[in-house]
Write a protein that binds this ligand. Structure first.
Ligand code: UDP
Ligand code: MG
Length: 151
């Protein structure tokens, strides 16, 4: 068991395309624990901070516009090695390079419509969780099935 947490978001295209349940399902079936969730219209200010590392990239304005185009499903998932493994479940940033079986590999084509976000390090996960969630929005509990998931 581990209390490592990651920030996973279903982007506006994923929400509009009805992909909320299949994406959540993959994290649930893997054995990870959902500890925070909300459907939200992100502000431009929040998105610019969230993607601050990418602000000099040519695709940055389009990325912010895309993320503002509809509600985002923001989540926090917890478990052993969830930051790295969460990104494996999502697949490569460019969906055409993402292997089948991953979320982007199965559900997306264009990099600018890649349906989901996942933190790329424990450090950025902490920053992103703090940006998107208040402390009182993260829930603490122990699923009774954990003894069947962790040895
Ligand atoms: N993105 C884009 N064009 C690019 C690279 C990235 O539109 O050439 C978008 C894409 O939605 C990606 C996001 O910017 O998910 C953040 O880029 P990053 O390199 O952090 O990829 P991620 O961590 O999401 O896999
Ligand atoms: Mg990233």
């Amino acid at each position: 068991m581990s209390s490592e947490q990651t920030f996973i978001a279903i982007k506006p295209d994923g929400v509009q395309r009805g992909l909320i349940s299949p994406i959540i399902s993959r994290f649930e079936k893997k054995g990870y624990k959902l500890v925070g969730i909300k459907l939200t219209n992100a502000s431009e200010e929040l998105l610019k901070e969230h993607y601050a590392d990418l602000q000099t990239k040519p695709f940055f304005p389009g990325l912010v516009k895309y993320m503002l185009s509809g509600p985002v499903l923001a989540m926090v998932w917890e478990g052993k090695d969830v930051v790295k493994t969460g990104r494996v479940l999502l697949g490569a940033t460019n969906p055409l390079a993402a292997v089948p079986g991953t979320i982007r590999g199965d559900f997306a084509i264009d990099v600018g419509r890649n349906v989901c976000h996942g933190s790329d390090s424990v450090e950025s996960a902490k920053k992103e969780i703090g940006l998107w969630f208040g402390k009182d929005e993260i829930v603490s509990y122990t699923p009774t099935i954990f003894k069947w998931i962790y040895e």
